[in-house]
Structures are given as C-alpha cells and as structure tokens.
Design a protein around this ligand. Structure first.
Ligand SMILES: [Zn+2]
Length: 115
C-alpha cells in the first residue's frame, strides 16, 4: 500500500525580489549548497525559472500558502510530491489546481492525500 500523497509547491521569484526570496525561511532550497540556491533564486528572478518553495508538505500547507503567498512570489504551481515544472506529470485537476501523476485521478478529489 502506498502512502497518502504529499505535495511540492513551485514558484517564480518576482523580478528584483531575489534578495528577499533568498532570505525567506520558506524557501526549502536550504538543503542545497548556498551558492547553488542563490544561483537558482537569481535565475528565477531574471528568467522566470521555477524554484521549489516547499517540498513534501500536506494539503493544508498548500492552502495556507495560496491564501497568503510570500510577497516575492509570482506564479505558484502545486505538484504531487516528486514532480516539478521540469518533469511534469500527465494529470492536472482544475478544481484543485494540482498536477498529479498516476492513472487514478487527482489525489485530492479521491481523498488519498495528507491533509
Ligand atoms: Zn482534484
């Protein structure tokens, strides 16, 4: 039996907001070496590349971030954990604005997720 699904949130850093984004403790690229994290944030701010805002979080965390996104964020995208804009899954649920993998449909719709 697989575990209920968790979620990754990806975002784009607004132009000119790289310093603010890097300082924000929400940015979970902290597990990267600092120069690499700075490079990703800077590239996102300049070129609109996506960076991971949160990884492996419950759905309630997704809803909190959507309600009150950090000021430095542009577009937000929510994926089933492990997927990303660079490796997009096949499925998308417009009701939950969620990109998901597998053939069973949206995990929030089916209830198989961490709340
Ligand atoms: Zn759904």
């Amino acid at each position: 039996m697989e575990n209920p699904v968790r979620f990754d949130i990806w975002t784009v850093v607004r132009p000119g907001a790289a310093a603010e984004a890097f300082a924000d403790s929400l940015l979970l690229n902290r597990n990267l070496p600092e120069p690499e994290a700075r490079r990703q944030v800077s590239r996102s701010s300049r070129e609109g590349a996506f960076v991971r805002l949160a990884g492996g979080v419950p759905w309630s965390h997704v809803l909190r971030v959507r309600d009150a996104p950090p000021a430095w964020t542009g577009e937000l995208r929510c994926y089933q954990e492990g997927y990303s804009p660079a490796d997009p899954p096949a499925g998308y649920c417009p009701e939950h604005d969620l990109y998901f993998g597998g053939c069973l449909g949206c995990h929030v719709c089916t209830g198989f997720f961490v709340r």
